[in-house]
Design a protein. Structure first.
Lengths: 413, 70
């Protein structure tokens, strides 16, 4: 009883053997689907069987992108996956990564081979891709005249821009003669000189889409001098036509969006341009007008009349100053004169006469200032405020004026 | 690339952008800017004509290369 192993050891030993096997890690297995269960977790459990036996299979939810159809009992399929051991049950099973219907399986290989070949020839190279015109006026469509694809394309094209001319070239898109029909359509539209064309169809199985994997169709698209947008099936369907086309649209609707520019947008762009130009011209005019006004003002200032006016103003100002100074001077002189008059008045003899004094003159015309000048009987002239009085000296006596008696000085008649 | 019409609309939009750029430059004289404006307006008219605002019927191309309404 040497070398006793646990179940775990054995199972994990076997699991390792499987894991290290190159072939089991990536293997295509074909058979008939049985016991197929779609689990709520998203995993699919089924078996593959043929006349000799069965193999348990699982496709985990994470690998579901490798399955593009609903698996049903009895279908012949090819499963790509790895064979590994499920240690809990001590069972090996096939972990599926991709499942295709058999028949389609062969097609898949053919697809891969052609893809590789054309790719190596450079037919998918970006330098051969023609740009899709942004403003196509005429859009060609190669597809079936009935079905969702053409309806979607027309619907979306009309919605985006009803002024774009659509030319439909009806083609068989599946079955016998489809490739030829598609090629014919591409050439016919090329002759019509459309600006861009959409080549495609709605979704379907790999066999349904097969025409778009034909080398002849790929070549026709490659040789076409008009840019081609491919629009085959759904987003997950990839065909050779998609690789070789100038642009791949995930769906026919998307193709219409890529081929037909939006009228609204172009119109708004135009309006925007018109507005920008108007604004630019208006700004220019406003600017020039402001410049003109500024220049006019400068010119006005530079005009000789301006200088003249300035001088005139200066002269007028000077004149005003002169007048003012003169006037002030005169006022001052007048005032002085008035003062003099006033003073003179104080000194006037008449004024003295008015105040009651008199002026006495003798016969020789001299002013009588002393008693001795007037002898008895002398005629004297006495001047008073309003005239002359003739008087005769009756007597005269000298007396010294002291504090009193000066009144008696002129007491004569 | 092959068709003149489509090139024109795209080309004309390009030209318009150039015209606007020129107009917005500082050194442009008033005369030049009027000239550019009228050139731009002519281009816009041409763009509008190129869009050809007549609703188109979908045409169908038959075996003999004839087109009919869809």
């Amino acid at each position: 009883m040497k070398n006793v192993y646990t179940v775990k050891q054995v199972n994990s030993y076997i699991r390792n053997m499987f894991a290290q096997d190159f072939m089991l890690n990536r293997i295509y297995v074909k058979g008939e689907v049985s016991n197929c269960k779609y689990h709520t977790s998203g995993h699919i459990y089924f078996s593959l069987k043929d006349e000799s036996g069965t193999i348990a299979c699982v496709m985990f939810a994470g690998a579901r992108s490798g399955l593009s159809f609903r698996m049903r009992e009895g279908q012949q399929v090819i499963v790509l996956g790895s064979v590994s051991v499920y240690e809990r049950d001590g069972k090996y099973q096939l972990y599926a990564r991709e499942i295709v219907l058999d028949g389609a399986g062969q097609l898949y290989e053919k697809f891969e081979a052609l893809k590789k070949e054309l790719s190596e020839m450079g037919m998918f190279a970006p330098e051969y891709k023609m740009p899709i015109p942004r403003y196509a006026g005429t859009v060609g469509i190669v597809t079936a005249p009935t079905g969702a694809a053409v309806r979607d394309i027309i619907h979306i094209a009309k919605r985006r821009n009803p002024y774009v001319q659509l030319i439909l070239c009806p083609a068989l898109v599946q079955g016998e003669g489809a490739a030829k029909s598609i090629i014919k359509g591409i050439r016919a539209l090329e002759k019509e000189r459309v600006d861009v064309m959409i080549v495609g169809r709605g979704g379907g199985s790999m066999e349904d889409l097969w025409a778009f994997n034909e080398e002849s169709v790929a070549r026709a698209i490659f040789d076409c001098t008009v840019p081609v947008i491919s629009a085959v099936g759904h987003e997950t369907d990839t065909t050779i036509a998609d690789f070789v086309a100038d642009l791949r649209a995930p769906t026919p609707s998307a193709a219409a969006e890529l081929a037909v520019y939006e009228y609204r947008e172009a119109f708004e762009t135009m309006q925007g341009y018109a507005q920008m130009m108007r604004r630019s011209v208006t700004a220019k005019i406003t600017g020039e007008r402001a410049r003109l006004e500024k220049t006019a003002l400068r010119l006005k200032f530079a005009h000789p009349r301006q200088k003249l006016d300035e001088k005139k103003q200066y002269a007028a100002d000077l004149e005003d100053d002169l007048r003012r100074i003169m006037k002030e001077k005169l006022m001052r002189e007048k005032h002085r004169f008035d003062m003099c008059v006033e003073k003179m008045r104080g000194l006037s003899p008449l004024e003295k006469l008015n105040r009651g004094y008199s002026y006495v003159r003798g016969k020789d015309g001299k002013n009588i200032r002393e008693v001795s000048q007037a002898g008895k009987g002398d005629r004297l002239a006495i001047y008073v405020s309003d005239g002359r009085i003739e008087a005769e000296v009756v007597s005269s006596a000298a007396f010294p004026y002291g504090n009193m008696g000066w009144k008696e000085k002129n007491c004569g008649e | 690339m092959e068709n003149k019409k489509q090139e024109n609309l795209e080309g004309m939009f390009g030209e318009l952008e150039t015209v606007i750029d020129q107009m917005e430059q500082d050194g442009v004289s008033l005369e030049e800017s009027f000239e550019l404006y009228s050139k731009g307006m002519t281009l816009l008219k041409k763009c509008s004509r190129a869009i050809d605002e007549v609703e188109k019927k979908v045409l169908i191309l038959d075996e003999d290369g004839e087109t009919h309404e869809f």
